[in-house]
Design a protein around this ligand. Structure first.
Ligand code: AP5
Ligand code: MG
Length: 214
């Protein structure tokens, strides 16, 4: 049983670490960003709404996000835990999540605050490539795929995310500073935060997460 949140700026490595955590602890990976991208790909109404905000690096409105996240948390596979990646992202969302958890008799085990300096974030995001088919994440320099442009995991095509241009990345980092960073204090007060240095090599980051889970 593990109920956890990965908190961190864009490019901190939330998605990368999430893939490793869900494999080891066998809990579902819930990324609101991934849910929106899937909806954009499928041309749904939700996707159309979310895309407007995402392409500018702005946050999707709170109520829409909260509904999507809590609907997902009600699915059977979350009974034995979950890993939230990119949700909550505002104090409002965190309060809503707390209300939801309380009303379902659930408690968070730990919230990981993955910290990385801005220059590194920019370098990581502008060099990131993701698999169009399975979503696996690579980096042109740091984590290159075995074959350029091809996913190691499934053989799919690697593409650049629409919001990984320099201008949008800078806005996403500003939005993080203003809207999401206050959550560090929020969870510090709740007493269940674990600070992780996300600038280290990815296996080192993962080892520190595993240590904190205990
Ligand atoms: P979302 O998809 O959540 O994006 P994000 O938070 O901006 O974070 P990223 O996915 O860009 O970064 P990551 O931390 O997952 O890093 P990764 O592991 O890929 O959200 C996108 C948008 O959706 C938002 O802007 C918003 O519009 C909307 N949205 C989503 N949730 C919302 C919410 N709750 N409320 C409102 N709106 C919401 O790694 C990055 C790169 O670095 C990769 O290339 C990777 O290979 C590399 N890397 C990772 N770890 C390391 C390492 N240790 N060393 C070297 N390189 C590394
Ligand atoms: Mg991600």
């Amino acid at each position: 049983m593990l109920r956890t949140i990965l908190l961190g700026p864009p490019g901190a490595g939330k998605g990368t670490q999430a893939a490793k955590i869900v494999e080891k602890y066998n809990v579902p990976h819930i990324s609101t960003g991934d849910i929106f991208r899937e909806n954009i790909k499928n041309g749904t109404e939700l996707g159309k709404k979310a895309q407007e905000y995402m392409n500018k690096g702005e946050l999707v409105p709170d109520d829409l996000v909260c509904e999507i996240a809590t609907d997902r948390l009600l699915k059977d596979d979350c009974k034995n835990g979950f890993l939230l990646d990119g949700f909550p992202r505002t104090v409002y969302q965190a309060v809503k999540l707390d209300e939801f958890l309380r009303s379902h008799d659930m408690k968070l085990d730990v919230v990981f605050n993955i910290a990385v300096d801005k220059e590194i974030l920019i370098e990581r995001l502008t060099g990131r490539r993701v698999c169009k088919a399975c979503g696996a994440s690579f980096h042109v320099v740091n984590i290159p795929p075995k074959k350029e442009g091809i996913c190691d995991v499934c053989g799919g095509e690697l593409i650049q995310r629409a919001d990984d241009t320099l201008e949008t990345v800078e806005n996403r980092i500003n939005v993080y500073e203003n809207e999401t960073k206050p959550l560090i204090d929020y969870y510090e007060e709740a007493g269940n935060i674990a600070n992780i240095n996300g600038a280290e090599e990815l296996d080192v980051v993962f080892a520190n997460i595993v240590k904190a889970i205990g």
